[in-house]
Design a protein around this ligand. Structure first.
Ligand SMILES: Nc1ncnc2c1ncn2[C@@H]1O[C@H](COP(=O)(O)OP(=O)(O)OP(=O)(O)O)[C@@H](O)[C@H]1O
Ligand SMILES: [Mg+2]
Length: 591
């Protein structure tokens, strides 16, 4: 339950509205509790009149009873209307507050997601991130809204109704209240089982959704390997489980109302039996009896809701715990940090890096200086640690482990304001990601909206040799990408990502294998443009191919996370076997 204390800040934030809501609950209860009194008075009055007129049976007498009934009827109706109005305001305040808190929490989580680092995203699945933002936040909303509302309502109803009951007949009141704890407890038990059942259903639904998603994403592979039947069978089995869990819940649900009605009926029976005896003794009027039956009915729902709200609160606490886990997860940006100053060099000082959960380090004893304005080539066999190095230099593994051994102008990277650093960085990851927006929006991605001039866009498009591809797209650069738009070829995607980096006019470029899917001739042209573009910038260019490495001032060769050689193209051709082989095999290819 401690987890829910976190929400107090929101209760305080919307405190004024909550207080109004509680006031409306009180007013609703005062007006509801007046109804039974009117019923008693009306009934007793009509009975008195009917005794008085016994035997007369004339028109005057029956019209008198009719008038009494009408007057009390109208009174009860008016009370009900006023009560309804307050009830409306009660929901308009308390439930609205819960929606506002839901909105705040979702935004807070989403903003937090934006700030969490790479290692967080490797630990948590997309589905999990989504479910905490949707389901868990809804569960918490149920606590802020309905749970608090019904709980406060229950307390007021109890105080008001029990007070009035005990005024009328204290011992009968105790008898009437006896079955209620049983009712409350049973409803709590049923609600808990219902929540559990719901949770199991939700989990299975996630399984089905994830499985369907994967099937659609991989439908071509499934078909080409002839695996349709296997996948259908798997999906059917998952659906079967989903159905079974739903059926189980339906059985529990079916118990809920009959049980409630049984217990309610039992209490009513006690009132009528014992109350009837009191009337016989003359200690009670028939009006009192009717009043008690109504009181009992007024108590039933709050009592039932106590069991229900307890289960809601438990569920909300579990959800809030999950939300808090994310909200308190380490983020890297919060540190104000020093401004990014890069006038001299980037130094890597004996850096070792091991991925979480791995035993072998991905980078070992890396020491290196990259001068400002230099282009550094990085090559090496697949899996040798090139991308790892590129990511470390892009502060993707900020502050973690030995990343502090990366210094820019002598300042450890984790002491630099990350936001500032990223503004000066243009990073093209090896696995390109484009958003389902237009091509030009994807290129302008890193630039403030409206800040990118059409000329600059054209320049970047030309530098990435995308101009030749434009006629293929129905709306040119304004063609929508992704699900409803066109799909790009692998090389086109890489070049859009490259253009996105180029328009940033950054001072540090990290290009991870960003031309691997481009043909040799286009690659040559792009390199020509890009080396011109990077004239004043510093760049780290990762590549398997010789052509992009040729624009580098120096090239490092990585092998199993270790720098095995470093030098210019000419030097490496002479002394590094790996590099020489690479050079020879690729020049042979082009002749
Ligand atoms: N996210 C990760 N989690 C755990 N281990 C990883 C992760 N990414 C890479 N590795 C491991 O680190 C080592 C270096 O990988 P890296 O991606 O840096 O190689 P690379 O040189 O870029 O290879 P390629 O040429 O295929 O792109 C590999 O052994 C790889 O299995
Ligand atoms: Mg790589």
């Amino acid at each position: 339950m401690r987890e829910l204390l976190f929400l107090n800040q929101y209760l305080i934030k919307y405190g004024k509205m909550m207080l109004w809501g509680i006031l409306f609950i009180l007013l609703t209860n005062v007006f509801s509790a007046s109804v039974p009194i009117l019923v008693r008075l009306g009934l007793d009055e009509a009975l008195k009149q009917s005794l008085w007129i016994t035997g007369r049976g004339d028109a005057l007498a029956s019209s008198l009873i009719f008038q009494t009934a009408l007057a009390f009827g109208v009174g009860i109706l008016l009370l009900a209307i006023v009560r309804g109005v307050f009830m409306y305001f009660m929901r308009q305040t308390l439930i609205v507050v819960s929606r506002k808190v839901e909105y705040d929490l979702k935004n807070r989580l989403y903003n937090k997601y934006q700030k969490l680092g790479e290692s967080f995203y490797r630990k948590h699945m997309t589905g999990d991130l989504l479910s905490r933002m949707s389901e868990d936040v809804s569960n918490v909303r149920m606590y802020i809204g309905p749970a608090i509302m019904y709980f406060a309502n229950m307390i007021f109803t109890f105080v008001v109704v029990i007070y009035q009951m005990s005024q009328a007949n204290a011992s009968l009141t105790i008898w009437v209240l006896l079955p209620l704890p049983v009712l409350s407890y049973s409803i709590y038990q049923v609600s808990r089982r219902m929540n559990l059942g719901n949770k199991q259903i939700q989990e299975q639904l996630s399984v089905i959704t994830a499985s369907a998603q994967e099937t659609f994403a991989g439908i071509r592979i499934i078909k080409s390997f002839g695996m349709e039947a296997t996948f259908s069978a798997k999906f059917q089995a998952e659906g079967e489980e989903y159905k079974n869990r739903n059926m189980k819940l339906a059985k529990i649900n079916a118990l809920f109302f009959p049980m409630m009605l049984l217990l309610m009926g039992l209490s009513t029976l006690i009132v009528i039996y014992l109350g009837g005896k009191e009337v016989e003794k003359g200690a009670f009027t028939p009006g009192n009896l009717a009043e008690f039956v109504i009181y009992l009915n007024m108590l039933i729902w709050p009592v039932a809701s106590l069991g229900w709200t307890t289960a809601l609160v438990q569920k909300a606490a579990a959800s809030q715990k999950r939300i808090n886990e994310f909200l308190t997860a380490d983020e890297h940006q919060e540190i104000a940090g020093k401004p990014f100053v890069f006038n001299r060099e980037i130094t890597i000082d004996n850096l070792n890096f091991t991925y979480e959960g791995k035993t072998q380090p991905a980078l070992k004893n890396i020491s290196l200086t990259i001068k400002r304005g230099e282009i550094l080539g990085v090559t090496g066999r697949t899996g040798s640690g090139k991308s790892t190095l590129a990511q470390l230099l892009s502060a993707m593994y900020y502050a973690s482990q030995d990343a502090s051994r990366v210094l820019i102008d002598g300042v450890p990277m984790h002491e630099i304001n990350l936001h500032d650093f990223r503004r000066h960085l243009a990073y093209v990851p090896q696995d390109v990601f484009l958003f389902s927006e237009t091509i030009s929006d994807n290129i302008a991605f890193g630039i403030e909206t409206g800040e990118l001039s059409p000329e600059e866009l054209q320049k970047a498009v030309k530098a990435a040799c995308l101009d030749k591809d434009i006629p293929q797209w129905p709306n040119g650069l304004n063609t929508l990408l992704g699900e409803r738009g066109v799909s790009l070829s692998g090389g086109q995607k890489q070049r859009v990502a490259l253009a996105r980096a180029l328009v940033k006019r950054a001072s540090l470029y990290v290009l991870d294998d960003c031309l691997s899917a481009v043909d040799a001739e286009t690659e040559r042209q792009i390199i020509e443009h890009v080396s011109h573009w990077l004239k004043d910038a510093t760049a780290i260019v990762v590549a398997h191919r010789i052509a992009p490495l040729r624009m580098a001032d120096r090239i490092i060769v990585l092998e199993e996370g270790v720098i095995t050689d470093i030098g210019t193209h000419d030097e490496l051709v002479l002394r590094c076997d790996y590099y020489r082989n690479l050079n020879e095999s690729q020049s042979a290819e082009f002749q």
